[in-house]
Ligand binder design. Structure first.
Ligand SMILES: [Zn+2]
Ligand SMILES: [Zn+2]
Length: 295
């Protein structure tokens, strides 16, 4: 029996074939994009969240920003089917870094969390710790400078804290921030968390610092982070500032912007440029800017 299709059925059929084709091309291009290492400084307003995707599709998240908006960002950049994050680094437990991670823990399978383990008793941090316990997520506490091999030629170096801060009452939580390098062959990203001058001085004395391609500026660009000496020491080509538009803290400070300008460092800000995306094969570095915020 021959089936004759009505015109609207033909249109539907053609549309379905087209959709299948678009889906196939999208899948193909999105998987070919991941051949490079990708580092995305997410625009999470006043807070920090950085997403790293390796060529072999490992996913690392450094901090989660101040609210659940992180989920939308992850949905935008991770493949549709992905519900797993290999490593979360919580630089320190301030709410503009930890709160978004609560939603991430509720919605993703997390293989490992790296944190400094300091005492802190805000409701957000307590909720985060309870979720870790309930979901039995493995946790590593930083004890000293060390490194994690992510895959061939890509590693994370943990520079700071240089001692175990677990269960300690720390006077300045920002200066307990986990500071890390992400190194892919010749290209180096330095993530400062909210660390300030004190940590920078310790790092300069430690011989762990290298010439850096991309520096995530400490503490949202506060005046007490990223000293001229420090900038001169790591000599970044790019400086990234994660801060919210019209935030109450006056971040980034005029003093810091002047220091960056004096050293001709190309500076990008999440409040002005939206998501800031770097792609590298370990030799070349490409920058792409997301859409600016409407605010
Ligand atoms: Zn912060
Ligand atoms: Zn902080």
């Amino acid at each position: 029996m021959l089936i004759t299709l009505k015109p609207y059925q033909v249109k539907l059929f053609v549309l379905s074939v087209l959709l299948l084709l678009v889906g196939f091309i999208w899948q193909f291009t999105s998987s070919s994009n991941t051949k490079n290492l990708k580092v995305i400084f997410l625009n999470v307003e006043q807070g920090d969240a950085t997403l790293i995707q390796t060529p072999k599709e490992k996913t690392i998240l450094i901090d989660g920003g101040p609210n659940a908006a992180i989920l939308e960002k992850l949905g935008q950049y991770l493949p549709f089917h992905q519900k797993k994050i290999d490593l979360i680094i919580l630089t320190h437990p301030h709410s503009d870094h930890v709160t978004g991670l609560i939603s991430v823990l509720q919605n993703y399978q997390i293989n490992l969390i790296l944190m400094n383990g300091v005492n802190h008793t805000t409701p957000e941090y307590i909720t985060f710790l309870k979720l870790i316990k309930n979901k039995k997520i493995p946790v590593n506490i930083v004890e000293n400078a060390s490194f994690i091999d992510l895959e061939d030629n890509i590693r994370m170096e943990i520079l700071y804290p240089d001692r175990n801060l677990a269960n300690l009452d720390v006077k300045d939580l920002n200066d307990g921030s986990i500071v890390t390098y992400l190194i892919a062959k010749n290209i180096k990203f330095l993530f400062m968390g909210d660390a300030g001058f004190g940590v920078e001085n310790r790092l300069m004395a430690s011989n762990l610092l290298l010439q850096t391609n991309v520096l995530k500026i400490g503490h949202h660009g506060s005046r007490e982070s990223s000293s001229s000496e420090f900038l001169n020491y790591v000599r970044p080509e790019f400086a990234i500032i994660s801060s919210g538009a019209n935030n109450l803290f006056g971040h980034p400070s005029k003093e810091l912007l002047k220091r960056l300008n004096n050293q001709n460092i190309k500076t990008y800000r999440t409040d002005k440029h939206g998501d800031i995306i770097f792609t590298t094969n370990g030799i070349n570095l490409q920058l792409q800017l997301g859409s600016p915020t409407s605010k």
